[in-house]
Design a binder for this molecule. Sequence first.
Ligand SMILES: Cc1cc2nc3c(=O)[nH]c(=O)nc-3n(C[C@H](O)[C@H](O)[C@H](O)COP(=O)(O)OP(=O)(O)OC[C@H]3O[C@@H](n4cnc5c(N)ncnc54)[C@H](O)[C@@H]3O)c2cc1C
Length: 455
Amino acid sequence: MEVITAVVAWGLSAVCQNTVTSQWLAPICPRNITTELASRLSSSAQIYSPGSAGFAEATSRWSSFETPDINIVAVPSVEDDVAQIVKYASQNNIPYIAVSGGHGAITTESRLKHGIEIWMHQLNTIEIGEDSARIGGGALSKAVTHALWDAGKQTVTGGCECTSLLGPGLGGGHGLLQGRHGLVSDQFISMNIVLASGEIRTIDETSDLWWAIQGAGHNFGIVTSVTVRVYEIQHPDWAYEAFTFTSDKVEQLYENLNVHLLNNGSPPVNIVNYGFLMNVPEMDPKPFHDLGPTTTDTGSGIYLDVPRWVGWDNDAAPCQHNGLANTRFPIDIQAYNVPAMRKVYDLFADVTQKTPELNGSFFLFEGYSLEGVKAVPGESTAYAFRDDNILVAPVVSWVPAGQDIAQKATKFGNDLRQILYEGTGRSELHAYVNYAFGDETPANWYGFSFYAPIA
Ligand SMILES: Cc1cc2nc3c(=O)[nH]c(=O)nc-3n(C[C@H](O)[C@H](O)[C@H](O)COP(=O)(O)OP(=O)(O)OC[C@H]3O[C@@H](n4cnc5c(N)ncnc54)[C@H](O)[C@@H]3O)c2cc1C
């Protein structure tokens, strides 16, 4: 018996070091990887194995649907650690993925099997200069907005406090300040990026990769730090007004939104519309009050309060990693097609009533101001959809309970999106890559079928 054990142990250890077989045997080789990786990393780097509290925290995600399969978590503490992890993974044919805020929810991430998660959260430094700030590759939005605010500065980040700067930014990145300054990626000045070879490069507008990194950036490497433009705080005070309407108001509401907020693709720079209104004093509120909302709510404060009003602050539901499966089916549109809005409303009500497992789902309509985004020439970056005006996504949510409900959820999301797509009259679906479900095509994400087609 002892001899057999010894032979098996020797056999595993030999096989675990074999670079060709290590990928499929990875589930039974984690200790080996831990020791080898640890010897390459700085003293404050960490490695978490399955079963540890650190592993559970690092691998918990906003959505539990179709997640990456992680064998080990490596936590870099200096930028060079990322390079060492990538080199090690490449040499040993082990797949890897960077995780910052853990809000990525595209199903393609589940193609990663027995991989290394590079949890970026220790790379969270924020060094603020006069016109720029250097931000660690794993820094989260709240840390960035608050640190800049304390220094009298701002930049464009995503609206949610718990997503990272770069997770949204590498795919473009929509946020409250985009109407004034452009997308998150429009703020990039330079960055340090670890390529698949493990080489760290500093890139900027003179580099080959620069065009692609601004919108299709997740494909090209792991960004260990980025230098972004920062601005003096010019508009510290914000206010909101939230309206709740009953179903008989669908047509009038979306007609009103088209006319009074969208304004033929030139919405007022001072207003952001998240499916409820965030108002500023100079806007005439009458068109919405005249519809007769059943309830309204108003408030005012400073820029840093906005995530709490929208329900995207660290304490709100979207920032919890609570085991729910959450999927989105995004579509960018030019304007609300009112009959299509009636159809999606009716389908949404019907399915969520008949299938209670899906009744935690919701619809997200994001009407950001666009001036700063449209001021950047469309062909100058890989972000493809600067001409679109509204970001729409059904967010289908359920408690994971097998394939049956997952299939119903996927059909529900696709059916809702299909109605809106038909309502656009377009021949091509525009799907914001950061919200993508995962079964769209690269042309749907990057719009390359007309500009420099790759497919
Ligand atoms: C509640 C919620 C609110 C959101 N709000 C907004 C919003 O206001 N604006 C907006 O544009 N989008 C928003 N999104 C979408 C968001 O852009 C994506 O979900 C994004 O992937 C989240 O980034 P993350 O760092 O949190 O996720 P992660 O899962 O950590 O990362 C997502 C992807 O980015 C890659 N990545 C992360 N960090 C790096 C890095 N340093 N270098 C290279 N690759 C990296 C990861 O490998 C992964 O592929 C929101 C999503 C949710 C769930």
